[in-house]
Design a protein around this ligand. Structure first.
Ligand SMILES: Nc1nc2c(ncn2[C@@H]2O[C@H](COP(=O)(O)OP(=O)(O)O)[C@@H](O)[C@H]2O)c(=O)[nH]1
Ligand SMILES: [Mg+2]
Length: 675
């Protein structure tokens, strides 16, 4: 093992491999590594033995939940590849990785119906000006022609897509490709580089047409190329390449390549595209600096690892990092090169490389490290609002403190998780991007922090109120041994309008209840409202103290408080108590092909649909606005994702409490009683 990364052969470039779940990212990483000689044998997807299957969670859940780093060289130039999670629930890691990458490869399925799944990735890359290209995987079995695939992908991309290759089709199969800039044809060979063949006569016309389209797309951003095309002059190859390279770097066009990761088809061509077109780290840093303070390296992930302790994964932007140097005011206590599941100790990490620095305690993703400080960038992608929560509880007695320490560490490493006490139900809630996300978090509490937890569906914070008023006397009188207890309060209880909360009024005249006992009456009333006759907090109630009496010796604050409680407990059941359920404003975002399905799903959840509109800034997406009972929102995200190939999302906030009657209400009351 070398004791450095990225200090030989020029600055290391970083390509992030992104795209939807199961599009073949981990297979493509394996193939890129194999083709470049970074590994000598390919692992298999079936037994999860590929480099990108490194993490324990990924192995057991058959999906990537964290970014995996792999290092290789292609034609003597150093590269780091990042296999980023594709599942919507684990995208925060992906967003962070993309922010430090020189280029992204978006891996897509050749099924046009699935092109929409690439949308969120393309949108993020566009919004953040990250150069990217598309690799259509599994191409050999594509049911649709490349034109149809491209059209579907174009619908998900703001930037013009340009076809870089044309498939050579033999019957059902794609057997090779024609490079549209070189104008050369290649035949795929099993386990070997593709062989150069003649452009099939049948494909010649298509090739000319596709090449012309490519040139015209490039000419849109290149005046001299445009002039040549207008004059029917043949542009020089070097000029076309330069134009494409510039357009990629400036995020003006997105080239589309294709192949088959499993069989390494098209992967050498992809490598060449990366080598030719990926910006160098110096250029990426120049671009990033517009929203990033100056520094040596930027953290894009933090992690608790068993052997090394806390690791800060960084991309080195300037100079060399060395083990033992000071970063962010702390001494680096171990510098590591990452490769799959391995972390290898190194002495030095050069410009452009990815390394993990141990013992930096207070770093967060996004931080730019100087020797003295960890500086926050002006912009760093924040996670979307969490759509899903579970109630956490410890399994072992006395583990509560351990749990809160562990949670603090967990959310520091994964900012798309959050936790807190629900003020209404008193439950400890863990919020995240979905069920699997939270299950992985619970596993980590167990495996990394040694806290056993139970995760369950949270309670709905129902409330109750009353529909009519009543006046009731509460009397507390007891004679025990020496001096007794006496309190007597007449309470007029009445409903208030929604949202008014609790109002207490004192209308005592003539001192029938002495002033100093009145706060105790109010306290007794308040206490009784914590749990009403249906078992929930009572809200929107007005209580007026109208009359009462006292005893000079036996009356006390305690006695009046008790009397008020007795009065309220007698009054409330006579006031037609009724359940209130929380209603949320929900804005569901889906590609417009699923808008009506989303509306139907919401209606089945007792939602009131307020309408729908275009999703601002999202081509081909709608937002459906609705008011939805909180209890129906709990697993809404699960249904929404299954309706929309995983891409549907929603934002929410509490709006109001609404009366609930009927079977749902009866069940809620029965459940509360059963506790
Ligand atoms: N036929 C075929 N299968 C592939 C190809 N690439 C990946 N797969 C399979 O598709 C599944 C998902 O691939 P994987 O790389 O794990 O997807 P990821 O979730 O994007 O990382 C695995 O079973 C792979 O073996 C390909 O090019 N052709
Ligand atoms: Mg994967």
């Amino acid at each position: 093992m070398p004791d450095n990364v990225g200090t030989n052969g020029g600055a290391t470039r970083v390509a992030a491999i992104v795209g939807p779940y199961t599009s073949g990212k981990t297979s493509l990483l394996e193939s890129l590594m194999f083709v470049s000689g970074g590994i000598t044998r390919k692992g298999s997807a079936a037994d999860r033995s590929r480099l990108g299957d490194a993490q324990a969670e990924a192995k057991s859940r058959e999906m990537s939940v964290e970014t995996v780093v792999a290092n290789t060289t292609f034609l003597d130039e150093p590269w780091t590849l990042l296999d980023c999670p594709g599942s919507i629930e684990f995208l925060q890691d992906t967003r962070h990785a993309l922010m430090v990458a020189d280029i992204a490869v978006v891996v897509c399925d050749p099924d046009p119906a699935r092109a929409v799944m690439a949308g969120p990735f393309l949108k993020f890359l566009e919004d953040n000006g990250i150069p990217h290209l598309i690799f259509v995987n599994r191409m050999e079995h594509a049911k649709a022609g490349i034109g149809e695939i491209l059209e579907a992908l174009q619908a998900a991309s703001e930037r013009p897509l340009v076809m870089r290759q044309l498939p050579i089709v033999d019957g059902e199969n794609v057997t090779g490709y024609i490079d549209l800039i070189h104008e050369r044809a290649y035949h795929y060979e099993e386990g070997k580089p593709s062989s150069l063949v003649r452009i099939p006569a049948a494909a010649a016309a298509d090739e000319q047409g596709a090449r012309q389209e490519l040139l015209e797309s490039l000419a849109d951003f290149d005046d001299s190329l445009m002039e040549e095309l207008l004059n029917d002059a043949e542009p020089a190859k070097g000029e076309v390449f330069a134009s494409l390279k510039r357009d990629i770097a400036e995020n003006l066009v997105v080239p589309v390549l294709f192949g088959e990761a499993e069989r390494d088809h098209g992967v050498n061509r992809l490598w060449k595209a990366l080598r030719h077109d990926a910006p160098r780290p110096e250029a990426t840093w120049e671009r990033r600096k517009e929203v990033t303070p100056d520094g040596l390296a930027q953290v894009f992930k933090t992690q608790h690892a068993a052997h090394t302790g806390r690791l800060s994964w960084v991309r080195v932007w300037q100079g060399d990092l060395t083990d033992g140097m000071t970063l962010a005011g702390q001494k680096v206590g171990g510098l590591y090169a990452l490769n799959g599941a391995e972390a290898t100790k190194i002495a030095k990490a050069g410009v452009g490389s990815v390394a993990a620095a141990a013992r930096l305690e207070n770093t967060a993703p996004g931080d730019v490290l100087t020797e003295a400080e960890a500086l926050k960038p002006e912009f760093w992608p924040q996670p979307p609002q969490a759509p899903f929560a579970l109630k956490l509880s410890t399994v072992k007695m006395g583990d509560d403190v351990k749990l809160s320490t562990a949670l603090a560490k967990l959310v520091a490493d994964d900012v798309s998780l959050s936790y807190g006490m629900d003020p209404d139900t008193g439950e400890l809630l863990l919020w995240g991007m979905g069920e699997v996300h939270l299950m992985v978090a619970a596993d980590r509490l167990r495996s990394q922090h040694n806290v056993e937890v139970k995760a369950e569906q949270p309670k709905v914070p129902f409330k109750e109120t009353i529909r009519k008023g009543v006046t009731e006397r509460g009397r507390h009188k007891r004679q025990t041994g020496g001096h007794g207890q006496f309190g007597d309060a007449v309470l007029e209880v009445k409903p208030l309008s929604r949202g008014e909360g609790f109002v207490f009024t004192d209308r005592i005249v003539g001192g029938v209840v002495p002033k100093n006992y009145i706060p105790a009456v109010e306290a007794g009333v308040r206490e009784s409202l914590r749990k009403g006759p249906l078992g929930f907090p009572v809200v929107d109630v007005g209580v007026t103290l109208t009359d009462g009496s006292y005893h000079t010796v036996d009356s006390s604050e305690m006695a009046f408080k008790t009397a008020a409680g007795i009065g309220m407990r007698a009054a409330l059941p006579k006031c037609e108590p009724i359940l209130l359920e929380p209603i949320w404003n929900v804005a569901v975002a889906v590609p417009s092909e699923w808008t009506s399905k989303a509306q139907r799903a919401l209606s089945q959840r007792r939602a009131q649909i307020l309408g729908y509109d275009k999703r601002p800034g999202w081509k081909g997406w709608d937002v459906v606005k609705a008011q939805v009972p909180q209890m129906e929102v709990h697993d809404l995200i699960v249904e929404l994702r299954s309706l929309t190939m995983g891409v549907g999302t929603f934002e929410w906030d509490f709006d109001h409490l609404q009366e609930l009657t009927g079977r749902v209400a009866d069940k809620a009351v029965a459940d509360a009683r059963a506790e």
